[in-house]
Ligand binder design. Structure first.
Ligand code: C2O
Length: 543
């Protein structure tokens, strides 16, 4: 009796395998994480490239193919030493000397070497201006690692390999990047770190904005005017940190929203628009803008993604972005926060070069814990200052009546109002949800279907309760919601995205919790670019 039983059990296992395979296939087809592109098909010199010598220079960022792609594993890349990233403005001369040497050697490698600064910069260039197409999808859809949940993990992997390459070039496996502590408004982190300004060293880049050199405070608000007092600039910086990190408590608000295979950012509807996170759009991109040189075309180097990573300061800037992701997750007063858990996030794949110039396939799920990768951040000395910043309200009653009598329109969800052109500023009265706020939710404003041509820098600044706000309205008060900064793109593509801000904390601080409607104002600054939106919506979103 035993044998037939065993055989029928085998048969069952076999059958279940047959049944299981088609099931698996269906699952694979439905799930659609971003995967690595076909690197033999580089699109950079495509017809969409603008003509003329100055711009075509950006487009030569196709990547060298250096042998078969290996899969990342923690075993293969076991950290032998801890990489402890410290604030750049407090670095020792010993660390600075190593830094200068490492970038000297990186710059000296031939442009064909994947570890050279040229190729390192081209990695960034090619994954943000459509150098490669998404694999396994219908149609030609550029792969883009900005404006979505891919932003933070992609850049963390990028730094991880960049740091290992620098370390191996100087024979120091414990070599660590220095982070530019630009959020620090107390101890001097908010200037371009001095080591990067040493002319004639490998850390210097001549293409930086002349007006934003030390001791000038680097602004985090795109509306900062040259004649603003230092105290307004630092308070605006603190409020930008507070609004972008502290109250942006959900993974979507802070990290950005879903980008799955098959989504084309330059051709989407409001419904499948991506969403960039507050760390990326609000803070990170402001730094790019203020470091780029406005006397060059497209704010080279830091001011556009095609050239940004040519400047060694880029990697120090991104080390702070990466650090803030960790601070957001672990060190906020409301306790530990959660990254996205969607399988299309966790299974998204990228490709990089390691310190031996091998190509490595990596997954998002392997980069969510820095310490597993041997990376540690020395705590920022003044993090608590912006974490505890308490923006004062500059108004004390609802501006809805005055806005109504001044002709400010009521605007609702897309597609009710069609396409709205923002001009230089635009105000609208927006309804709040009528039901009671469920616990564990946030009240969130969505600026739906923002569309902008990326041929110049532009910032879209949002306020509540300040009708007719202008670019002179300061962003240090509780009425400030946040800024969506967009750097120009050498491919001059257009961008469709949603922009979201937590608004409940702002309304409470102003005393508007009971109001049925509020005035939302949008200000376009930085350039005269045309920005359009599809609607405004306030609702409750899960935490
Ligand atoms: Cu890939 Cu700071 O941008």
């Amino acid at each position: 009796m035993k044998k037939p039983t065993a055989r029928s059990a085998d048969f069952m296992v076999l059958m279940s395998r047959f049944l299981f395979i088609p099931m698996m296939l269906t699952i694979c087809v439905e799930a659609s994480p971003i995967t690595i592109p076909d690197l033999t098909k580089c699109q950079i010199a495509s017809a969409s490239a603008p003509s003329g010598p100055a711009d075509t220079l950006f487009f030569n960022c196709c990547l060298p193919i250096s042998g078969p792609i290996v899969d990342f594993s923690f075993d293969r890349y076991k950290p032998t030493r801890k990489h402890i990233r410290r604030p750049a403005h407090r670095a020792s001369e010993e660390h600075i000397a190593k830094y200068i040497k490492a970038y000297e050697l990186m710059r000296a490698l031939p442009d064909t070497d994947p570890r050279s600064l040229t190729v390192q910069a081209n990695i960034h260039c090619s994954f943000c201006n459509g150098g490669y197409l998404q694999a396994g999808v219908n149609g030609n859809i550029p792969l883009q690692v900005h404006f979505s949940w891919l932003f933070l993990p992609w850049h963390r992997w990028y730094l991880y390999f960049h740091e290992r390459i620098l370390g191996s070039l100087i024979g120091d496996p414990g070599f660590s990047l220095l982070y530019w502590n630009w959020d620090d408004q107390v101890y001097g982190g908010n200037e371009i770190p001095e080591l990067f300004t040493r002319v004639n060293t490998s850390l210097y880049d001549a293409k930086r904005r002349a007006e934003v050199q030390p001791p000038t405070i680097v602004p985090l608000a795109a509306t900062t005017l040259p004649n603003m007092s230092a105290s307004i600039v630092t308070n605006q910086n603190l409020n930008n940190m507070y609004q972008s990190v502290v109250t942006a408590s959900t993974a979507s608000l802070f990290m950005g929203g879903a980008l799955r295979a098959g989504v084309d950012l330059s051709n989407v509807t409001v419904l499948n628009n991506t969403l960039g996170g507050s760390l990326e759009n609000g803070l990170h991109t402001a730094i790019h803008y203020y470091v780029g040189d406005p006397t060059t075309q497209l704010l080279q180097n830091m001011g556009n993604f095609g050239t940004a990573a040519r400047d060694p300061l880029f990697y120090s800037h991104h080390s702070n972005v990466d650090r803030l992701w960790e601070v957001w997750r672990l060190n906020m007063p409301d306790g530990e926060r959660a990254d996205h858990t969607d399988p299309d996030f966790l299974n998204a794949e990228f490709v990089f070069y390691d310190e031996n110039a091998n190509m490595v396939r990596v997954k998002v799920s392997d980069v969510l814990d820095n310490q597993k990768l041997g990376v540690y951040y020395k705590k920022g000395r003044s993090d608590h200052v912006w974490i505890n910043y308490s923006p004062p309200a500059s108004t004390n009653e609802s501006a809805v009546p005055v806005a109504l009598s001044g002709g400010v329109p009521l605007v609702g969800e897309s597609p009710l109002n069609g396409t709205i052109s923002i001009g230089t500023n635009f105000s609208a009265i927006v309804k709040r949800p009528s039901e009671e706020k469920p616990s564990k939710t946030l009240e969130v404003l969505t600026i739906q279907g923002v569309q902008v041509a990326r041929d110049q820098f532009v910032a879209l600044v949002a306020f509540v309760n300040i009708p007719w706000a202008t670019e002179n309205t300061t962003t240090d008060s509780a009425e400030y919601l946040g800024t969506f900064n967009i750097v120009p793109d050498p491919a001059k593509s257009s961008l469709n995205t949603n922009v979201k801000y937590e608004i409940g904390d702002n309304l409470k601080r102003i005393g508007l919790e009971k109001e049925a409607e509020v005035v939302i104002s949008l200000v376009v600054t930085g350039s005269n670019a045309t920005v359009t939106i599809q609607g405004l919506k306030i609702d409750y979103e899960d935490q």
